[in-house]
Design a protein around this ligand. Structure first.
Ligand code: ATP
Ligand code: MG
Length: 352
């Protein structure tokens, strides 16, 4: 991959990034209707490119076992989290991605420290974990509705007046620890305008097939709009760090929000630049021995290696085998063998 798309993506997302240390006032600093001069028609092509790029990089990420990615998505109701996940991740191998949605905490969750439930859903190396809502709810909804803090059964000193500053620090340190351990933390806030939220709510009420998406609680939360704007502004100011910056994605146009999210995620993966594992001399010898054995089994009249006969011969004669013309499809690196190293199927658990 040449550096050119990487540079273009970096330039495209730069206006969305909250520079660490800046004091954010959402209403003043970020326009939910911004679209970088793009039109919807151009956007479709761009999203296709982005989705293909993500598919390629995710395949490479899954083939290595040093890095993982955590994507945190925050938004107000009707901000478009679900649709963004669906579109942006449409090209990637579901085996390498796990999505977790965080709702009102259960009794079991409240019986632990506030980061516990998020820790349990972190990615493995090689994976992308997506948090649909995240640990940031702990300084957003919990701040706007302090009764949530009461339910958390904290000792007195952990719920004093400095509780939010304390949590910002704890969250920053937690993310720093994750980053230092090989897990990139990507944080996206889908920034919706109050008027666009009103329109989307009404659409959910007007269209019977959308009714299930609407809850009366959504309108009750909307009454706290200004408090949420303040809580988001304070949170963005305090937790956009050099190791895990926030991106404020304009969300009034769903198509633009999707391109931005794909671009931020692609930027992260390109930065990691995951590589397929090198095949050791020993593994290569095993591959060649296996090939000889399989070639000896060829029925009379059949080519010794039908694949090589049909496609290009392995270019460098190292026996690693050429890429199938379809790029290997979704089987990808998880199929094993191709790179001479067993993949980690055996150790993977089921996904919830
Ligand atoms: P959708 O409405 O699209 O299904 P959603 O993420 O809004 O998705 P809901 O079940 O509607 O899901 O809402 C989840 C609720 O849980 C939100 O109101 C959110 O603020 C709340 N919530 C999440 N985390 C916490 C938390 N730590 N403490 C209290 N409330 C929380
Ligand atoms: Mg909801």
């Amino acid at each position: 991959m040449s550096d050119e798309p990487a540079a273009r993506i970096a330039e495209f997302i730069e206006p969305l990034r909250v520079a660490p240390g800046t004091r954010v006032d959402l209403g003043r600093d970020f326009d939910p209707g911004y679209r970088a001069g793009l039109r919807k028609r151009e956007a479709e092509e761009l999203l296709r490119t982005g989705v293909a790029l993500l598919a390629e990089y995710q395949q490479r990420l899954a083939a290595q076992d040093t890095y993982g990615v955590l994507l945190c998505l925050q938004a107000l109701d009707a901000g478009g989290k679900d649709g963004t996940i669906r579109h942006v991740m449409s090209g990637v191998n579901p085996q390498g991605v796990r999505v977790s949605s965080f709702k009102v905490p259960s009794d079991e969750e409240l019986a632990h420290d506030y980061l516990w439930r998020y820790t349990r859903r972190l990615p493995e190396r090689g994976e992308i974990a997506i948090f649909n809502r995240s640990h940031y709810e702990e300084v957003l909804v919990v701040r706007v509705h302090p009764e949530n803090l009461v339910r958390q059964k904290l000792p007195g000193e952990a719920r004093g007046p400095d509780v939010w500053e304390r949590r910002y620090r704890e969250i920053n340190e937690w993310e720093r620890h994750l980053t230092d351990s090989g897990f990139k933390v990507v944080k996206i806030f889908l920034n919706l305008s109050k008027e666009e939220q009103r329109t989307r709510f009404l659409k959910r009420i007007d269209l019977p097939e959308k009714n299930w998406k609407f809850s009366a609680a959504d309108v009750r939360e909307r009454r706290h709009w200004d408090e949420y704007q303040r809580a988001f502004s304070a949170m963005l100011s305090a937790t956009s760090t050099a190791w895990a910056p926030w991106y404020v994605v304009p969300a009034d146009r769903k198509w633009f929000a999707r391109i931005c999210t794909a671009a931020v995620l692609a930027h992260t993966l390109m930065d990691i630049d995951p590589r397929y594992p090198e095949v050791s001399e020993e593994a290569r010898r095993d591959l060649l021995a296996a090939r000889r054995e399989l070639e000896r089994e060829a029925p009379s009249g059949a080519p010794a290696d039908p694949y090589a006969a049909r496609h290009v011969r392995a270019r460098d004669g190292r026996g690693a085998g050429p890429e199938p013309p379809d790029g290997g499809g979704h089987g990808g690196p998880a199929e094993g063998g191709k790179h001479g190293r067993p993949r980690r199927h055996g150790k993977r658990r089921g996904r919830g």
